[in-house]
Design a protein around this ligand. Sequence first.
Ligand SMILES: [Zn+2]
Length: 302
Amino acid sequence: MPELPEVETVRRTLNTLIPGKKIDRVTVKLPRILQKPDDPGLFTARLEGRTFQSVERRGKFLRMVLDGLVLVSHLRMEGRYGVYSEDEPVEPHTHVIFHFTDGTELRYKDVRQFGTMHLFLPGEEFQAPPLNKLGLEPLDEGFTLDAFKKAIGKRTTKIKPLLLNQEVIVGLGNIYVDEALHTAGIHPERAADELKPKEIDRLYHAILDTLSAAVEAGGSSIKSYVNGQGEMGLFQHRLRAYGRTGEPCEICGSLIEKSVVGGRGTHICPSCQKGPKRTANSQTIIKPRTHAVKRRLDGGTR
Ligand SMILES: [Zn+2]
């Protein structure tokens, strides 16, 4: 699933491609993508004749601003946008096509069909679902250490599920939460209200650094993410914890372990991220075999 850096990369790319383009007509091949209005006839009628002005982002939602209208779009698992000439063959799984007056097209392709589109009058998009309950925006100026402390400091929840909660902080998914917690040296099952001030400080900067580095690298391409111009992101090569089960931690050399926290696959360094005592919700499902071997060599009790 694309996370904030991927969506930000798509946003930046689209923002260089579609502002100034005027919609001649819209083709909807899969009405289920449309949430508001959900009627394809109404949806297309409202968009025709409008011109894209800019592409913004709120959390993992693209906010595509037109004259007098805002299109809020979520890519979910595998949604992709691309700008094509109208002569180019339409690929399978292309569900919505915005035909521009200049002979180009913005095409929305989505193999899994989970993506969504909502139309709002400008400003109304923040008052209604899906944007109205979103939490702190980590790449905005408003994301200060104080604001972060207020958002998480008194919560008794485990820190990982808390960071995944979009009503607390937006745009962090499984990959970047694991990365940020590893960078900050915090175990994902620590309770948020038990973190020391210096740990919250480290976590705050780890979130900023992790997301900024990923945005600079063009997002991660763990699954099938491609930005608005069909370029794969590069950040996957720089992940330090996520997906590196059994590989050495870059900081201390211990082997990265995988467990399940709050129902999500979770990657930690057992040395850098000291945990609370094991809780009922957590179990280690994959332990690198080399650990057992090492213990036997060291201990020699069997
Ligand atoms: Zn380590």
